[in-house]
Design a binder for this molecule. Structure first.
Ligand code: ADP
Ligand code: MG
Ligand code: MG
Length: 895
């Protein structure tokens, strides 16, 4: 390699022939694809030479009114000259034409979200040169028609259906059904028709100048960064718009040069199960996206996989053994080099292997766990790295039910187990219907011939996805695994008639709206709803959780009111309950009557009589929770919502309640009117209720302490109730509530002759409470930041109404993320930080936690770790997510 073919300019980085200007560490500048092409090239792997235009050029494009940096043209020309030299061909040359692909590639992989053009450089002249060079006219015109279609779609904005119709018409006329049956002359005819169609649609011919083609494609890749699919994908995966995409321009190699050529994709381990075996698919005599597009059924890579699938078409191992063995060796090197499972794209041109892409492969949560635990076991990575390798929120996929093994299955179609887990829902046949129906909270299963990036919203909205065509690496399969949706792909028995809104399979007809169940772990579509079972939490999951627990500092509790939730929480490793909403139990049919009686009472005596009926019920519930949580702390939050929430809202409902309970209808109506508030969120609620009606909180404190006495008497490990007062703002409120709590607790302990290790504290959910946490701490032993309400009261935004404008805020970049999902670090977070510091200054041993949605959000958990809170509390199903996130946050701080 001579030095004059090295190039490192400001906007362009070259790779190929065993050297590269960039490397794998330069993803920010070169995008993932470009950085890894450079790295593979330096490793001496067979990569077609090319160059990468940086993401900064894309950012320049958007910052400077869609113009290119002035130096870019010269740099691209120089880089192209190097590629010409490396491959010994000329771009636009009539006898020896160089063709290139123009490929997008952002920092984070966004499969199929942006656009790629292959075979660029072909025109009416170079196609003849290519035909002579390859000694294959059919191949040359097949490439040209592919190029016209892709370029017209991606760059010229023409609908691809137009081209598909032309091809279908030609196939009909020739009476053939597969592309492979078309001859050179047939393809030449298709090219003629394509060009005529372009001319009709645009009023000018298909661009013939390769330089025009090249710059058109570069512009289109930049433009694709802002297309709707890419925007939606970014939002879903928290990818900032500011990253931009790189453009990779790479000399073409051809998988469509006949029977000794092929293209394929492979994973170094199974991306669905994590099993340590090469896994993938390939197609003979095909190019580019043919494998993922699901147009033909791909063949297995290994003989073992083919035998397991019962396929007759030969595997790559059998059909092209030399290229296969070279490939196995190369992918082994790649996995070892990157120390992670790789997702690899390759092409074989007349027996010669080329690698076109490698990246860390997307995988299911189950596979992520197994691969992380296995790699640590193989000594490739450390246990700490294994902890960092698993995305905490992905555990969600493992924590949900699968089909009960003993259930009877009325299987209506079989396909491939493309993404594990099970789901039941109503059939929909379009992405739009999936979005529409699921908006009404109706679970739906999306059934398509195959999916494409346009379907992404519908796939996100659906509980599960079924495709009639496509393999394990089809678009549907890859995207579903990424989203954690169960998916069955390639269920070829299903015949879909979208227009009629029905499908046929095994002689039965199913209509849109019918209920089915899918099993993505087995690849089955099943009639009706099928019983599910709870997930298995042993094996790799337990192993990783054990490692995580050794590194985490934050304790993890759950929010739970019912015995079922408390048991689930415990099973998932919760170390206590961080929030019992004590009013939750008031809504049960047998209790609401007593609650309403209390609300309607004319005086304190009447209220007390009603409360006396509630006392044993609350005590019973609390006994259950304390018994289940054996010795773990439980934070009981006293009555919080305004009383009118317990009354019926419409006049008809009021009348019905009056009839059923014998309460006076007129009085009920009057009381509901009296209690109505203009601003319930800022109204008569929280500790304001306990201060204006102390007898309510007295009853609740009594119920908690009596329950603790009962449990202690039964010989269980001492319960540790934490009595938590909501919506406190002033030290004087806290002093009042503290006195009330201690007085009642003492009364009960004296009556029972038992001492209970209880504590009194408050929820911090008002800015004033955070600011004055020092003063509050004089009367409180613990605080729990109720960041749902603290977010509402800090922003002055009601969570219930924010749906109307939150999207506009996110679309316009005002909110990067929904602040109710991930904590607003600068504002709400600053209050939490201040509250924690001031409370600790006053009372160094004050116990601090957070409850609410943020307690289960990894980014918010990292913030809690940084502030040094003692625990986070989240919904039971998120406990493992919080445990892992807390370990990651602790490890990240150490490094
Ligand atoms: P995506 O990001 O959508 O996967 P790629 O840029 O990877 O898009 O291109 C898609 C496919 O096009 C690749 O997997 C490969 O099969 C084919 N391809 C891209 N560049 C070349 C090339 N230089 N030679 C042959 N095939 C190519
Ligand atoms: Mg693609
Ligand atoms: Mg790719």
């Amino acid at each position: 390699m001579t030095i004059d073919t090295r190039l490192k300019n400001r906007w362009v980085y070259a790779f190929g022939d065993g050297v590269a200007d960039g490397d794998a560490s330069m993803k920010n500048l070169l995008g993932g694809k470009g950085a890894n092409l450079a790295e593979m090239s330096s490793l001496g792997l067979p990569v077609p030479p090319g160059f990468t235009i940086t993401t900064e050029a894309c950012n320049h494009y958007y910052k400077k009114a869609k113009s290119y940096p002035p130096e870019l043209r010269a740099e691209v020309a120089a880089a192209l000259a190097i590629v010409e030299k490396r491959v010994g061909k000329g771009f636009g040359s009539r006898d020896n034409p160089l063709l290139v692909s123009v490929r997008s590639g952002a920092r984070a992989s966004m499969p199929g979200m942006m656009d790629t053009v292959l075979n660029l450089g072909l025109n009416d002249v170079t196609v003849e040169g290519l035909a002579r060079l390859a000694d294959d006219r059919r191949f040359a015109f097949d490439s040209y028609r592919r190029f016209i279609q892709m370029y017209s779609n991606v760059v010229l904005g023409l609908d691809h259906h137009m081209f598909e119709e032309i091809l279908d018409d030609r196939k009909d006329a020739l009476n053939v059904s597969v592309d492979t049956a078309l001859t050179a002359e047939d393809w030449q005819g298709v090219v003629r028709d394509y060009k005529a169609a372009v001319e009709r649609a645009l009023g000018h011919g298909f661009p013939q100048d390769p330089q025009d083609q090249l710059w058109g494609a570069i512009g289109a890749v930049f433009e694709s960064w802002m297309n709707e699919r890419a925007k939606f994908y970014r939002r879903m995966h928290d990818i900032p718009e500011a990253w931009g995409t790189a453009v990779n321009i790479q000399s073409m190699v051809f998988g469509n040069m006949g029977e000794t050529s092929a293209t394929g994709v492979a994973f170094t381990r199974n991306p669905a199960t994590g099993e340590a075996r090469l896994y993938g698919e390939f197609l003979v005599n095909a190019q580019g996206e043919d494998v993922v597009a699901g147009i033909r059924t791909p063949q297995s890579l290994t003989r073992a996989a083919r035998e397991e699938m019962g396929d007759t078409a030969p595997s790559m191992e059998e059909a092209m053994p030399e290229a296969f063995h070279e490939f196995v060796h190369a992918v082994g090197r790649l996995e070892h080099h990157y120390r992670d499972m790789q997702d690899i794209e390759f092409t074989v041109e007349r027996g010669r292997l080329y690698l076109l892409q490698t990246r860390s492969g997307k995988r299911t949560a189950r596979a992520a766990l197994k691969i992380a635990v296995d790699l640590a076991g193989e000594g490739v990575i450390s246990k700490e790295e294994a902890i960092m390798r698993v995305e905490p929120t992905s555990l969600d996929q493992l924590l949900h039910p699968t089909i009960d093994p003993s259930a009877t299955r009325d299987v209506i179609a079989a396909g491939l187990p493309a993404s594990p887990g099970a789901a039941t829902g109503r059939i929909v046949f379009t992405a739009e219907a999936a979005v529409r129906e699921s908006a009404g909270k109706e679970p739906v299963i999306l059934i398509r011939h195959e999916t494409s990036p346009e379907d992404i919203r519908g796939m996100d909205a659906a509980r599960g996805i079924v495709t009639a065509r496509g393999g394990m690496t089809s678009h549907a399969a890859v995207v579903a695994r990424g989203m954690g949706r169960p998916c069955v792909s390639g269920a070829g028995e299903i015949e879909i008639d979208v227009a009629a809104g029905e499908m046929r399979t095994r002689g039965r007809v199913w209509k849109a709206g019918d209920i089915i169940t899918i099993d993505g772990s087995k690849g089955e579509v099943i009639a009706g709803a099928v019983p599910m079972v709870e997930p298995e939490l042993s094996g790799d999951f337990a192993q990783l959780m054990t490692w995580a627990d050794q590194h985490r500092r934050l304790h993890v509790r759950a929010n739970a009111e019912t015995a079922v939730d408390a048991r689930t929480a415990l099973q998932f490793g919760a170390e206590g309950i961080g929030l019992v909403r004590t009013e939750h139990m008031f809504f049960d049919a047998d209790r609401i009557a007593a609650v309403r009686e209390m609300i309607l009472a004319d005086d304190e005596a009447g209220r007390k009589a009603a409360l006396a009926k509630l006392l044993p019920m609350q005590r019973g519930d609390f006994v259950d929770l304390m018994t289940i949580m054996e010795g773990f702390p439980i934070a009981f939050r006293l009555l919080d919502p305004p009383l009118h929430e317990f009354l019926p809202h419409t006049e008809e409902d009021l009348a019905a309640v009056a009839r059923a309970t014998g309460l006076d209808a007129a009085k009920l109506l009057r009381r509901a009117g009296e209690l109505a508030e203009t601003n319930p969120m800022l109204g008569h609620r929280g500790c304001r209720l306990g201060i204006s009606y102390p007898e309510i909180y007295e009853m609740q404190v009594r119920a908690i302490i009596e329950a603790a006495c009962d449990v202690a008497a039964s010989g269980k490990v001492g319960p540790r109730p934490e009595i938590m007062h909501p919506l406190v703002a002033k030290a004087e409120e806290m002093a009042f509530l503290r006195a009330l709590t201690d007085r009642v607790a003492k009364e009960v302990m004296v009556e029972r002759g038992v001492t209970i290790d209880y504590s009194v504290g408050a929820m911090i959910e008002l800015p004033r409470a955070a600011i004055c946490a020092g003063e509050l701490a004089a009367h409180a032993a613990f605080f729990s930041f109720g960041t749902n309400d603290l977010t509402q009261t800090t922003f002055g935004i009601s969570r219930d109404d924010s749906g109307r404008f939150l999207n506009a805020y996110i679309d316009n970049g005002i909110f990067e993320k929904d602040p109710f999902i991930s904590i607003d670090v600068e504002g709400v977070g600053a209050l939490v930080r201040m509250g924690a510091e001031r409370a600790r200054a006053r009372r160094p041993d004050v116990k601090l936690g957070i409850c609410g949605e943020h307690g289960g959000d990894p980014a918010s958990i990292a913030f809690c770790e940084e502030v040094g809170l003692d625990y986070v509390s989240c919904s039971a199903y998120r406990v493992p997510i919080a445990r892992l996130a807390a370990a990651q946050a602790a490890l990240a701080r150490k490094s």
